[in-house]
Design a protein around this ligand. Structure first.
Ligand code: PEP
Ligand code: MG
Length: 325
């Protein structure tokens, strides 16, 4: 059985009736690349760059970061590598800055907010990302965007880094794609506006569920409320996918939802462009994808959008998709 999964994972990620979707990987360390390739991953949809900053007392410099990102981009080339800028704060701290004195760190100075406050650190990272873009198919992605101003500020910082590299005669991809993560309900609601500013969206459901349902994703007392198929979450994802597609940009999903067999048929019904998941989950999800048929996924989505409860949605997925297997 395991052998069948391993072999079939090198087949294209497409439904039984030929609808292609990209299956990418979420990684934290470059060492995970061999697992991604062996498991049939078609690129890196989320590189959590913060791990280069954790468990040390100093900050990585531009050379160290450039080397790390370049190695990854080169190994994966021509496949895409989406480098997310630092997502520190909340539950991830750098000893260099120490934990911040915040009553609600998850709602505090994290991710893009932290980078926009610490512009030097952000600038170093952006220069390294741009330098790596000369060696492969690199995109940059900003986490925890809550409004248009943050996108403008982040893009201005990117332009400053580009201008410097140009002046120094250092090569980079002038057309490097820029994306934002949709992780906050505010970002969902202004998806149409954000879509005008970027090349792609990546929906971070781990945080989107936390902030939409109002539950700390690390708190076991409320983990029973962490429901990916909550009607509010399904509607939010649909809203973002549609807004992205209307604006002509690709929409990916990189939260744990992308590796949930109950969510994947619904996401396919929305015509999501790519799924980015933990490398170990890729073979199983590809195997499911290859058995789905788009008319069934679209019909399922239609019915799911009328459901009032998670239980009803689960029942529909079981009856319409999984009863066959
Ligand atoms: C997410 O929030 O869904 C996500 C992929 O980012 P992280 O889990 O790193 O916060
Ligand atoms: Mg997140």
């Amino acid at each position: 059985y395991q052998g069948t999964i391993i072999r079939s994972c090198q087949l294209p990620a497409e439904t039984e009736d030929g609808y292609r979707v990209q299956v990418l990987a979420n990684i934290e360390l470059s060492e995970e690349v061999s697992t991604v390739i062996n498991n049939g991953g078609e690129g890196i949809g989320l590189f959590r760059t913060e791990y280069a900053y954790l468990n040390r007392s100093d900050l990585p410099d531009e050379e160290e970061l450039t080397e790390k990102y370049t190695e990854l981009a080169t190994i994966m080339s021509p496949h895409k590598v989406v480098l997310r800028t630092l997502d520190l704060g909340a539950d991830k701290f750098m000893s260099y800055f120490g934990p911040l004195d915040e009553a609600n760190p998850a709602m505090g100075l994290r991710a893009i907010r932290f980078c926009l406050k610490h512009q030097d650190l952000f600038h170093t990272q952006l220069r390294a990302i741009l330098r790596a873009s000369a060696c492969g198919n690199v995109s940059v992605m900003f986490p925890m965007i809550s409004g248009l101003k943050e996108v403008h500020q982040a893009k201005e910082a990117l332009e400053r880094a580009k201008a410097e590299l140009t002046a120094e005669g250092i090569d980079y991809d002038h057309d490097m794609q820029v994306g934002v993560m949709i992780e906050l309900p505010a970002a969902v609601m202004i998806a149409e506006i954000l879509a005008q500013e970027v090349d792609f969206f990546s929906i971070g459901t781990n945080d989107l569920i936390q902030y939409s349902i109002g539950i700390d994703r690390t708190n076991p007392h409320v983990s029973y409320l962490y429901q990916p198929l909550h009607p509010a979450i399904v509607r939010s994802i649909k809203y973002v996918v549609d807004a992205g597609h209307r604006a002509g940009i690709g929409v990916s999903l990189c939260g744990e939802v992308a590796s949930d067999p109950y969510c994947v048929p619904i996401l396919m019904g929305m015509q999501i462009d790519s799924l980015s998941l933990t490398p170990q989950a890729i073979p199983g999800i590809k195997r499911i994808l290859r058995q789905l048929r788009m008319p069934e996924c679209k019909q399922l989505l239609k019915e799911v959008l009328h459901c009032r409860t998670v239980a009803h949605i689960n029942k529909l997925v079981t009856e319409n998709i999984y009863k066959k297997y």
